[in-house]
Design a binder for this molecule. Sequence first.
Ligand code: ADP
Ligand code: MG
Length: 260
Amino acid sequence: MTQLLEVRDLAYCYDRDQVIFEHVSFAVNPGEVLTLLGPNGAGKSTLLNCLDALIEPTCGDVLIDGEPIGQMSPRALASKVAYVPQTISVTYGYSVREYLVMGAAPRLGMFSAPSKEDYEKVDAVIDQLDLAHLSDRAVNRLSGGERQRVAIARAIVQSPKIILFDEPTSALDYGNQIRVMRTIKSLAEQNYAVVMTTHNPDQPILLGGKVGMLDRDGSMVVGEAETALTSDKLSNLYQTDLHLVYVDKADRIACVSSRL
Ligand code: ADP
Ligand code: MG
């Protein structure tokens, strides 16, 4: 069976004597979430960048629908993969709606104006993500949480099959973190394939699906979140005592640290 996103024996080195990761293999199919966990500097962003051909891996292959991404045109790649960066910075005072219409760009020729369908698509996504009250506001005047929802909306407008998120919650307060997690879960339920990086081990527990634990030594263990995550593995990964405990009130497993 051809996998939607398949990574085979991937390795990356910025310098010849510094391996960021090696022997990384996994597949992500429609409706699946893969959460990449790892300490700061482990190489999560580097790995994510390889999945959108922003950088070229040192070894190995990234295939989308069986095709190596290095051989795809930028437009073909944009129709398959959207990348939600940690923070969006918008220099000009574009409104949310204008900014989202520009996200339809991969399908536009250099000189063609957005079509009625592009605006309809944008307005549908604005509704879907509850952004109607913000649609005329300037993107560069939004709060962090609002910006993150606009960044997600822009990825959806691109009509990809795969959405990549680099630490989508790292700049957000707790309520907004949970709301973004809920949005990501609902994207998987709508059959997008999602790959997300985080350093919060609670997030793969909340999302379920697959988890990849990228260690500082460049190795990555991939498995089902429910079985692959253990207190020992997480303690090793983060070099601190962590415990997976069942919390009655929340009716779920949570990751907590020892007392300070
Ligand atoms: P993470 O996202 O897990 O925090 P990164 O992928 O950003 O980690 O970085 C992994 C390692 O690669 C770090 O040690 C970082 O310093 C290094 N690194 C990141 N970008 C570059 C670069 N452009 N040139 C050289 N080293 C880099
Ligand atoms: Mg990073």
